[in-house]
Design a protein around this ligand. Structure first.
Ligand SMILES: *Cc1c(COP(=O)(O)O)cnc(C)c1O
Length: 455
């Protein structure tokens, strides 16, 4: 029993110098909860024959380590060296400095979110973005919601509830498990009418399906797969004619939806939002945090009368944006007014357009320095292939370069990857052919990686 007596009581420990230091650092609630866990463990160990004095001596250190570990957020900044630029699981787009500054300012002070500075009367939160979105897309009007999934949901609900929505069988997409077009349709209250086949859909398939109950035709950009071979789809301008003649809404869900032609930066062309609008879609939906490079958001641009109907849908209130993201979006969209400097200022575009030679030079520079920080591992440079991610240009890769790290034993790359995930600034790569690959496309500064690995 003397064993147990060596352990301090909760109160004794909290009043001790060590207890006070820990409370200063982590707060009383956290220290008390952590202490109880460690005391229970120590008592169990003593019951199993451990020495009471030894348990009491190591308790403060164990508790301090527990508290330090718990104080580290899993949301701490890390280095995305996976080679996937817009990694959904890693939070997609990195915002421009201008957007970060605007978001911080919006968090710290009141702002005219729904207040008209001119008249002193009531304003609308979407007004801050509407003008920019119309200018950049050529659309008549625009509205903004929580994400593109919400944009599609509210548009389908507004024009398809209790009515039919026509979609090609080649475009019934699933994006990351929970977002499946048929399920979204059902939740929106729209009756899905599938037309055509997986690989071929013709104008007459749409025409034959239109009835007085048809609310809309949905065109979906098949953003995360590509159907190749014997294929046919109805081009958007033709679909716009068919919808227009029948008096039904044509909704084009672009997904990644770039505001600029990526070919100017050496990437493959994705349909731009302005093109989709010009092709005659009544409404176009796209994401804020994919190719656009902003925070999570969903945009609907198009005909003024239809946007007004969407804004009157009670769902709009449930999926509206907060001030922080509106501020960040406004700052992001403003950057598009200066396309010549866009790649400098918008991290997504900067990463996507980095030439392989540039990345290879960085890899050559870094390899010996990284090797010095990882004793027991072999670090060489390698060519690799980056991906855009988030379903944009799914079958395309961008030539890139990085570090290839191997070690003794078949599980060396997995063990190293696990170690790098637990760093104060985690480093995430990918494993290929028995090596850990760190694709350097998204590494802004060499010091970031060297600093992370030194910790
Ligand atoms: C990504 C995507 C969505 C969902 O957009 P989120 O912004 O992730 O909600 C919807 N449709 C298409 C075609 C997409 O690519």
């Amino acid at each position: 029993m003397t064993g147990f007596r060596a352990l301090p009581s909760v109160d004794q420990f909290l009043l001790s110098p060590m207890g006070r230091t820990l409370i200063d650092g982590h707060g009383r609630t956290a220290v008390t909860a952590g202490l109880r866990v460690r005391l229970d463990a120590a008592r169990a160990a003593i019951r199993d024959g451990a020495d009471g004095d030894a348990e009491a001596a190591r308790l403060p250190h164990l508790l301090a380590a527990d508290l330090a570990a718990a104080a580290q957020s899993d949301l701490r900044p890390m280095l995305n060296l996976t080679g996937t630029v817009l990694h959904t699981n890693l939070g997609r787009a990195i915002l421009a400095d201008e957007a970060i500054a605007a978001a911080s300012a919006a968090m710290a002070a009141p702002l005219a979110l729904e207040f008209d500075l001119g008249s002193g009367g009531r304003g609308q939160r979407d007004d801050h973005l509407r003008g920019l979105l119309c200018e950049l897309s050529g659309a008549e009007d625009a509205t903004v919601v929580n994400n593109n999934a919400a944009a599609v949901l509210i548009a389908l609900n507004t024009f398809g509830q209790g009515r039919q929505a026509i979609v090609s069988r080649g475009e019934l997409i699933e994006i990351g498990g929970a977002f499946r077009m048929p399920d979204i349709m059902a939740r929106a209250g729209a009756h899905l009418v599938e037309v055509g086949t997986t690989n071929r859909t013709h104008p007459r398939d749409y025409q034959d399906a239109i009835t007085p109950d048809t609310g809309l035709i949905l065109k979906v950009h098949t953003s995360n797969y590509r159907i190749e071979g014997f294929t046919a789809e109805v081009p958007a301008p033709h679909l716009a004619q068919i919808a227009g003649k029948a008096g039904v809404v044509l909704l084009n869900d672009l997904g990644a939806g770039s505001l600029v032609d990526l070919a100017a930066w050496g990437l493959r062309r994705e349909p731009t939002v302005a093109e989709a609008v010009a092709e005659g879609a009544d409404l176009v939906t796209f994401s804020g945090d994919k190719l656009l490079g902003g925070p999570q958001a969903g945009f609907i641009v198009g005909r003024r009368d239809l946007i007004a109907q969407i804004n009157r849908n009670p769902l709009k209130r449930a999926v509206r944006l907060d001030k922080i993201r509106i501020a960040a979006l406004e700052a992001t969209l403003r950057l598009y007014r200066d396309p010549d400097r866009l790649a400098e200022r918008l991290p997504t575009l900067r990463y996507l357009s980095r030439p392989q030679a540039d990345i290879a030079a960085q890899a050559a520079q870094l390899a010996p320095q990284v090797a010095a920080l990882l004793p027991g591992y072999t670090v060489t440079t390698t060519d690799c292939a980056s991906q855009i991610g988030s379903g944009a240009l799914p079958t395309d890769t961008i030539p890139s370069a990085g570090l290839r790290i191997t070690g003794a034993g078949g599980d060396a790359p997995d063990r190293l990857a696990a170690r790098l995930r637990t760093l104060p600034r985690p480093v995430i790569g990918h494993i290929r052919d028995g090596a850990l690959i760190l694709d350097l496309r998204c590494l802004d500064r060499d010091e970031d990686l060297l600093g992370a690995l030194s910790a």
